[in-house]
Structure formats: C-alpha cells, structure tokens
Design a protein around this ligand. Structure first.
Ligand code: G3H
Ligand code: ZN
Length: 284
C-alpha cells in the first residue's frame, strides 16, 4: 500500500534500522524497486529527484502516478518522496502529485540563505502536511553542483554538529541530510564515512539523519552508519550500475537482439537484486 515517508522513517528509527530510499528514473526502476522490496518484505521509499523530473521533460506526474498505482498493489508499504528540490515551482507541485515528503536542497547557499530558504520551504510544506528533509554541509558530486565537485573529504564539506542543531531548531525541518564523507554518483564503493562525526551529530540532534550518496559506501560502513543513527539511506547510482551493467552484458552476448523487453527485463532484474541486497544490509 501507499505509505508516508515520515511514518516509515519513524518506524525505522524506533527499530534502530534505516529505510532505503531509491532514486527512480524509468518505469523499470519503479517495478524493480518494488519487486526487490517485496522479495525481502521491507517497506521502501521511491524518490524522484529534480534532475529525474528534468529528464522526464520537466513533468512530475508520469513517475508519480506510476509509483502510486504500483504502491497500491504492493505487498509492502511504499512511500513517494521528492528529492533534491531546488525549484520552488517544483516544490509546490509535490502535494498534488501524491508525494508525502520532500527534500529541499539549499545546501549550496551560504548558511543564512540556506536557513531562510529552508525555513520558508518547511513552513509551506508543513501547512500542506508534507514531511521535509533538508541538507547542511555539502554532500558533493551532485549533477549541476559546484564545479569542480566539492571534495567530500574536505573539512568544510562536513556538517558541523552545533550548526546543525541550530539549523534544525531554526528551520523546523523533520530530518537532516548530513555530510559525513559520502559523495554523490560514485561508481566505486570506496567512500570512508566519519563515524565519530556521525556520533556527535546523533548526540546533537533529535531529528532522523539521512545519508546521501550511499552507492559509494561499502556494506560494512553502511551497516555501521545505521547502527550510528542514520535512519534513511538514499541510493541512486547503484541501481544504474546494476541496470546498465546487465544490459551491456546482454547486448554484447546478443548482438542480434532488437526487442527492448529482452534487455529491459534483464536490467530490471539486476536492479531488483541490488535493492534486495542493500535493504538486507540496512536491516541487521
Ligand atoms: O539523493 C539521492 C542520493 O543521495 C543518491 O546518491 O546516486 O550516489 O547513490 P547516489
Ligand atoms: Zn542525494
């Protein structure tokens, strides 16, 4: 059934696990994420990023409707989240499209501007009944972010616990994405998380913490991050690695193939397996 992100994150926090949130781009992503979550009987968040909306000719409804229709038939709770929103116009479309939550991304701005923009977004979101996540410190590597990408290991890129505490109190957000060493769009799992910083963030904050750029984080570090208080784990690139790798292999072995269902089904199955495997890492 269709669920609300805030409820899934709360349940994960209480169970000392994390809910997995997968970025979806195509209908095959939607089907694979739900099939993967069903295979391990786990709730899941499907998230649509502003960049994915741009890819879909700027339209939010095609993916949102696909998720809500599939969620209603799913055997596990499925929530719909709007991810990395920078555009206020897009933010305002969220409730009408069936989203229960948004991640408002003003982390590129200086602190005071990030706070003012996030507080305005949080006030509006709460009036609409939406759960809202924001980011402090910059998790580098996002498409369209600072060029050259911010080094995730640079001290300035990390979230400061005292600043984060003030930011959450002053903005009123429901969850915070923290920069603790992960970076977006990594194609190798070589990130090193700062578990000591995570411990200090968990102690300083009473809202759920979100890990972005999780594709680049090895299994043992993901598990440690969940044990350390991360309640929502965002994964995007790992699905694309699985899908593209499987399709590349299939097409190399079947150069005569033309029916798109032949290779899309292989890509979809590879994504579903990745989803099931990663959820297993988050639920000890
Ligand atoms: O918000 C989305 C995530 O942070 C995904 O990051 O593509 O590096 O896994 P990733
Ligand atoms: Zn992200």
């Amino acid at each position: 059934p269709l669920a609300a992100t805030g409820e899934l994150v709360l349940a994960a926090t209480e169970a000392r696990t994390a809910v997995a949130a997968f970025n979806i781009i195509t209908l095959e992503h939607v089907e694979a994420v739900i099939a993967g979550a069903e295979s391990v009987a786990a709730p899941v968040v499907l998230q649509v990023s502003e960049n994915a909306v741009k890819f879909r000719y700027g339209r939010l409804l095609p993916l949102a409707r696909a998720v809500t229709a599939a969620a209603e038939r799913a055997s596990v709770p499925v929530a719909l989240h709007l991810d990395h929103v920078q555009s206020d116009d897009l933010l305002r479309q969220a409730p009408g499209a069936g989203f229960s939550s948004v991640m408002y991304d003003a982390a590129r701005l200086p602190y005071e501007e990030n706070l003012a923009a996030t507080r305005a977004a949080a006030d509006w979101a709460h009036a609409q009944g939406l759960w809202i996540e924001a980011e402090l410190g910059e998790i580098g590597g996002k498409k369209g972010s600072a060029e050259p990408p911010l080094d995730a290991h640079a001290p300035g890129a990390r979230t400061d616990p005292a600043e984060a505490r003030a930011f959450v109190a002053d903005s009123g957000v429901d969850a915070l994405a923290v920069a603790i060493g992960s970076s977006h769009a990594m194609t190798t799992r070589t990130a090193t998380l700062d578990h000591d910083l995570l411990k200090r963030l968990t102690a300083a904050l009473d809202v759920p913490l979100v890990l972005h750029g999780s594709s680049g984080v090895p299994d043992d570090q993901l598990a440690a991050a969940v044990a350390g208080g991360i309640a929502k784990v965002n994964v995007g690139t790992a699905l694309n690695i699985a899908m593209t790798g499987a399709i590349r292999e299939f097409l190399a072995a079947h150069p005569e193939a033309v029916d798109s269902r032949k290779y899309l089904s292989v890509g979809r199955e590879a994504m579903a397996q990745t989803v099931a495997r990663l959820i297993g890492v988050l639920r000890p």
